[in-house]
Ligand binder design. Structure first.
Ligand SMILES: NC(=O)c1ccc[n+]([C@@H]2O[C@H](COP(=O)([O-])OP(=O)(O)OC[C@H]3O[C@@H](n4cnc5c(N)ncnc54)[C@H](O)[C@@H]3O)[C@@H](O)[C@H]2O)c1
Length: 463
């Protein structure tokens, strides 16, 4: 079977870029990305490509090439489902905030709603592809929802988890380490797998397309994120030891990363990992392990999250201790609000939690991020519900200029590794600050010698 019409439900950080690249690489396939969020769809259709709802290097060029040709963004979900022979489900799967599995299990209500809508609308056979990250055996639940229609329409369910990293989404999509496709081993299952393989084969070598059974594919995505996050927590645990002993975590990372069995990636110590995926996917893994009575397995992976929480809190405590155990009324500038560089995504960003702890100490916080808007910063802080929105407004100010943000500050905390921070005129920043002027580098990106020569007191994570 040759795919001609693709529909993707969910125009978020995964659905948008993923489908843009499929459309760019497969000009003979029509790709329609749908969402219930009207504002998001309108932003994807904005004539000004700088207004796209997601910032990713290279994204606007890809959208510019394919949009209107064979890439469409729409709120008409039913029409897109009806027209498609392949439907990607790329909706959010946050951690449950209620009921059984609260704060651990993935909330599958958005996925189930999609399945019900597909079941209601579909009049011809479809291949349904799980693009969202889902707990192992979700395909079975989707299949059972879809098979209840009684109108003779047949569905094949595939698992095709996305491994892109925000900040490098477009290069990851163009040159993926692997494409993973899980499907049924039946004849029809194999046909569905082949149809999706053919889509990716337009730009990905067959050697990099891996086909497995559905359950292995679903579980592999959770395990990949758990292993990546585990490396961050491992090096972060060592950063605390480095600070206590006089070792330098950057030197330790380099030394161990040169061992080819360990490798150098994901070994940078930091204030902690963030993003919408690592924490939620590990919690999900922990929950699944517990469900099967594998408590030791659950405890093992939960520790990765506990270490991450500890790291964020340890960083905030360090600021407090260094500023003579009181930051009340002191201006502290936060540089970087996104959870990592080259994205405007702030979900679970370490900056939110560090700021929250400092606000609890009544610090006066100024914030600058090159890509995050003021409304987003306040939405993130208000969501925590630690203080009222009025109190947050009183204690926090968001700036569009880093020099203004740091003026009259006692300290600066670097919480995202944006490259531009390295190029600032640090002498000018120093001149505008109160003395002693401190820099707390939570991403270990600045040059100690340069800053100390200027007169800063420089504190680097892991050193
Ligand atoms: N963000 C990442 O880096 C990343 C990477 C790999 C995998 N994932 C996984 O991909 C999935 C999507 O993540 P995301 O970051 O794109 O989320 P997102 O929140 O950015 O986007 C999800 C979109 O789905 C829409 N939606 C929800 N229910 C809908 C419905 N019934 N009909 C139409 N639209 C609906 C929402 O309005 C939202 O715009 C998650 O399962 C996530 O774990 C994310």
């Amino acid at each position: 079977m040759k795919v001609k019409n693709i529909c993707c439900i969910g125009a978020g950080y995964v659905g948008g870029p993923t489908m843009a690249v499929i459309a760019q690489k497969c000009p003979d396939i029509n790709v329609t990305v749908v969402d219930i969020n009207e504002q998001r769809i309108s932003d994807w259709n904005d004539a000004d490509l700088d207004q796209l709802p997601i910032y990713e290097p290279g994204l606007k060029e890809v959208v510019n090439e394919a949009r209107g040709r064979n890439l469409f963004f729409s709120t008409d979900v039913d029409a897109a489902i009806d027209a498609a022979d392949m439907i990607f489900i790329s909706v959010n799967t946050p951690t449950k905030t209620y009921g059984k599995g609260k704060n651990m299990a993935a909330d599958l209500k958005f996925v189930e709603l999609c399945a019900r809508q597909i079941a209601r609308v579909a009049k011809s056979d479809k291949i349904v592809v799980e693009k969202s990250t889902l707990p192992v055996r979700t395909a079975q639940a989707i299949k059972s929802v879809l098979s209840e229609t009684g109108n003779g329409v047949e569905f094949q369910i595939l698992s095709n988890p996305e491994f892109l990293a925000e900040g490098t989404a477009i290069t990851d999509l163009l040159n993926p380490d692997r494409i993973l496709i899980g499907g049924e081993t039946s004849e029809k299952g194999k046909e569905a797998i082949d149809a999706l393989v053919e889509v990716y084969a337009n730009w990905v070598s067959n050697d990099n397309i891996l086909t497995t059974n559905v359950w292995s594919s679903e579980l592999s995505k959770l395990v990949a994120n758990a292993f990546l996050a585990q490396r961050v927590s491992s090096i972060n645990s060592i950063s605390a030891l480095c600070e206590a002993t006089g070792a330098d975590v950057r030197e330790v990372s380099k030394a161990i990363g040169m061992d080819s069995r360990i490798g150098s990636k994901f070994l940078q110590a930091s204030v902690g990992f963030g993003g919408s995926c690592f924490q939620k996917d590990i919690l999900n893994l922990v929950y699944i392990a517990k469900t099967f009575g594998l408590n030791e397995v659950a405890d093992y992976w939960e520790q990765v999250i506990l270490m991450n929480d500890h790291q964020k809190s340890r960083f905030a405590t360090n600021i407090l201790k260094t500023l003579y155990n009181t930051v009340s009324g002191k201006k502290i500038a936060i540089l970087g609000w996104a959870f990592k560089k080259d994205t405007n995504d702030t979900r679970e960003s370490a900056a939110i939690y560090v700021t929250d702890e400092l606000l609890e100490e009544r610090a006066s916080i100024s914030i600058y991020d090159p890509k995050v808007k003021e409304e987003r910063v306040f939405a993130d802080l208000d969501y925590l519900n630690t203080r009222s929105p009025e109190e947050n407004k009183e204690l926090v100010e968001v700036y569009e200029d880093p020099y203004e943000a740091s003026k009259d500050a006692h300290a600066i905390a670097i919480l995202t590794e944006w490259d531009e921070f390295k190029t600032y005129d640090w002498q000018r920043i120093y001149d505008g600050m109160l003395k002693p002027a401190c820099v707390f580098d939570g991403r270990a990106i600045l040059d100690r010698d340069q800053l100390e020569k200027i007169g800063f007191k420089y504190y680097c994570i892991g050193n």
